[in-house]
Design a protein around this ligand. Structure first.
Ligand SMILES: [Zn+2]
Length: 344
């Protein structure tokens, strides 16, 4: 099975200095993929810049121009935690374009699946605004391109970043072509992602939120995947699965309280890969979102790619289980409420 990898130095040109979302995230991950001999088993997909027409499928012209201007004027802050540098516009259009190209190659059968190791991340970017370290919404753009250019009718987005992907939800809130499912810590930034947010109009019931309580770990995420993600995906019958793959629910990542391990990410990836095999000829593309503990991020991405390659996954985990896990979090009532809300 051929697995594509999108990665290029252009993504390091979004120079955020000591910001938690920085280029060392990609460098460390790429180094581990190379040193563990995984990189040569992957098909390199050279990213290209997203066409303006494709950016406009999701974002307002004013937003695109604002990001371009901010970068070309030397960089600055677009909101309290989202910055640009002179290379940020180019990195951002290559992130969106690289992911869209990977999805296109998967749709055309050139590779079976792919991982897009890109930055800046995307899932907080709304139609009109940058926020939460995100400039353009990479996954949303890839999904729109898949529908509007490649003619797909049903695209599934699964978002396991620890934060709710408010931008992606917003873009597709009234859109019946995209099923958006997010498992995230709640409460946490950005504050959205309640069970009751289910879509509107033609998109009603096409937004599924799984707001997990703090301290959830592998067990809770896997229950949520088995009981919500899998049946919702089967009902939707997607033609491709796009994954907003953030690894910031890892127990070592200080940005959240979650307790996921590298092995937990491998099992989530396995469930998603099996779903894609069952429902859409294995078409699945992972796109990097968050993940700020460098070692946890690198090993979790590596485990995800091992799953895609059909190799034993997540065995190499220098971080191990969470040191302060205080047992189970009872999410049964939450899962019941989500099932009732969506008729699952
Ligand atoms: Zn995140």
């Amino acid at each position: 099975m051929s697995v594509g990898l999108v990665y290029a130095p252009v993504y390091l040109g979004h120079d955020t200095g000591d910001h938690v979302e920085n280029g060392r995230r990609l460098e460390r991950t790429a180094e581990l993929l190379s040193s563990s001999n995984l990189r040569r088993q992957l098909v390199s997909i050279a990213p290209e810049p997203a066409a303006m027409d494709d950016l406009l499928r999701v974002h307002s012209a004013q937003h695109i121009a604002r990001v371009d201007r901010s970068a070309s004027e030397g960089g600055g802050w677009l909101d309290g935690d989202t910055m640009t540098s002179p290379g940020s516009y180019e990195a951002a259009i290559y992130a969106a374009g690289g992911l869209a190209r990977a999805a296109g190659e998967v749709v055309n059968g050139e590779v079976e699946s792919a991982f897009a190791l890109v930055r800046p991340p995307g899932h907080h970017a709304t139609r009109t605004d940058a926020m939460g370290f995100c400039l353009f919404n990479n996954v949303a753009i890839a999904a729109r391109v898949a529908v509007q250019k490649h003619g797909l009718e049903r695209v599934l987005i699964v978002d396991f970043d620890v934060h709710h992907g408010n931008g992606t939800q917003d873009v597709f809130y009234g859109d019946e072509h995209v099923l958006y499912i997010s498992a995230h810590q709640y409460p946490l930034y950005p504050g959205t992602g309640r069970v009751e947010e289910t879509g509107m109009g033609a998109g009603l019931d096409h937004t599924v939120n799984i707001p997990l309580p703090p301290w959830s770990g592998d067990r809770e995420y896997l229950l949520a995947f088995e009981q919500i993600v899998v049946p919702a995906a089967r009902r939707f019958q997607p033609q491709i699965v796009l994954v907003s793959a953030g690894y910031d629910a890892h127990w070592a990542d200080n940005i959240s309280s979650m307790q996921v391990t590298v092995g937990g990410y491998a099992r989530m990836a396995t469930i998603l890969k099996h779903l894609a095999t069952e429902l859409c000829q294995g078409r699945i593309v992972f796109a990097l979102e968050g993940g700020y503990h460098l070692q946890a991020l690198a090993h979790s991405v590596k485990a995800t790619i091992e799953v895609l390659l059909g190799l034993p996954a997540g065995k190499d985990d220098p971080l191990g289980p969470p040191p302060h896990s205080d047992g189970k979090v009872d999410i049964a009532p939450l899962l019941q409420r989500i099932k009732a809300t969506h008729g699952l």
